[in-house]
Design a protein around this ligand. Structure first.
Ligand SMILES: C[S@@+](CC[C@H](N)C(=O)[O-])C[C@H]1O[C@@H](n2cnc3c(N)ncnc32)[C@H](O)[C@@H]1O
Length: 367
């Protein structure tokens, strides 16, 4: 990343050795010491902000696709909406690039455990860190057995009680939020899956040394979410997205329509995301495009999705273009469903010129 910023050192700022404190106190990290010139520090924006990454791993998370998605961030936009938040890879990427400075962001998802966890990281961070530290210590000595003990003896019963009391994200207990992060960091592939009885039933992952408590990252995330310009809510996608107006940006990343019926891993929420939901999403996207909202959708290339977008005249008339890009897909219980597959991007934003290395076939498909 070549962008550089000249930032005037504030009166009390110092060059310090502990990089993790940098974001907290707006100090100049030691690694940029030789870039201090008089009262100024010159540093690459991306390197300085690199620790603000998602604190959850999420099935279908978009970190690997950021270079391709980033080409469709509009030059200018008003407010930002992300109605299928998950781990928020695009939100954090926009933030890291400074593209959200001075803007409001509305982050929503239908999964109340997920939104509840974000809210507790924002509001009760010290309690979360304290509990996670204990969970991490126990996990280091007891491993997978401990994962199953927490999942079955503590998380699911506490979750049942929370549901019995109404179960909204706003009232998500801090203990559940800490366990949710622990299970996410140590469970299989960042999956959140409930069985028919409403119990979280994801198996333990196979990690030799999972990073369970990353204090620096949690602090950065908490600080960003505490910004009064960031709103986090539990909401169905249409309710949140339909608030967007001309010039705003909405990024949609719904649960994938399965490429084949057996490849379905859509149960992020207990009800999944049906073909009917996919059709409704298309009408929302058309309505927003008609209002001159900048929209960006990523989805699978399942036949039902291609029929809704690639071979649909209304979509073309609305000024939306479809592009296929290669992506790695890891969420499939069957080995043949993993590996490189194509992903569909639908957007009314013109791509910015390429400024990074990409996969050969991307060069063919993105124009
Ligand atoms: C593919 S994931 C999003 C991944 C995210 N972009 C990331 O980088 O981690 C899809 C998300 O949609 C949420 N979701 C499913 N159905 C929904 C609905 N009807 N309304 C809002 N969110 C929904 C799921 O809870 C899940 O977090």
């Amino acid at each position: 990343m070549t962008t550089v910023v000249r930032r005037k050192l504030r009166a009390k700022e110092r060059v310090i050795d502990n990089d993790s404190l940098v974001r907290e106190y707006r100090l100049t990290p030691a690694k940029f010491r030789d870039q201090v010139q008089g009262d100024y520090t010159i540093f690459p924006v991306r390197r300085f902000d690199q620790d603000t990454r998602p604190f959850l791993k999420w099935a279908g998370g978009k970190r690997q696709l950021l270079p391709q998605l980033g080409r469709f961030y509009p030059e200018t936009f008003g407010r930002y909406f992300e109605p299928f938040l998950g781990s928020g890879a695009v939100f954090f990427d926009l933030f890291n690039q400074g593209r959200l400075t001075g803007k409001t962001a509305t982050l929503t998802d239908e999964n109340s455990d997920l939104i509840g966890t974000y809210l507790r990281v924002r509001d009760s961070l010290e309690a979360i860190i304290e509990r996670l530290t204990i969970l991490a210590r126990q996990h280091a000595s007891r491993g997978r057995d401990y994962y199953y003990e927490i999942r079955d003896t503590w998380f699911n019963p506490a979750r049942r009680e929370w549901r019995a009391r109404g179960g909204g994200a706003d009232s998500y207990p801090v203990d559940l939020a800490a366990m949710m992060i622990y299970l996410n960091r140590t469970g299989y592939n960042g999956l959140f899956r409930l069985n028919q009885a409403g119990k979280f039933n994801v198996p333990a992952g196979r990690y030799s040394a999972p990073r369970i408590v990353d204090v620096g990252r949690l602090r950065s995330v908490s600080r960003i979410l505490s910004d009064c310009a960031v709103e986090i809510r539990e909401a169905p996608f249409d309710e949140a997205a339909m608030r967007a107006e001309r010039g705003d940006l909405v990024y949609f990343d719904p649960p994938y329509a399965p490429l084949s019926r057996t490849a379905s891993f859509r149960s992020y929420t207990s009800n999944g995301f049906s073909d009917e939901n996919q059709r409704h999403l298309q009408t929302v996207i058309l309505a927003l495009a008609a209002r001159e909202v900048s929209v960006l959708l990523s989805n699978s290339t399942a036949p039902c999705v291609l029929a809704l977008y690639e071979s649909n005249r209304e979509v073309t008339r609305a000024g939306l273009r479809c592009r296929r890009i290669p992506a790695r897909r890891a969420i499939n219980s069957r080995a043949e469903g993993r590996g490189v597959v194509e992903e569909l991007l639908v957007t009314n934003v013109k791509p910015t010129p390429r400024n990074h290395e990409t996969h050969e076939s991307t060069k063919r498909t993105i124009k």
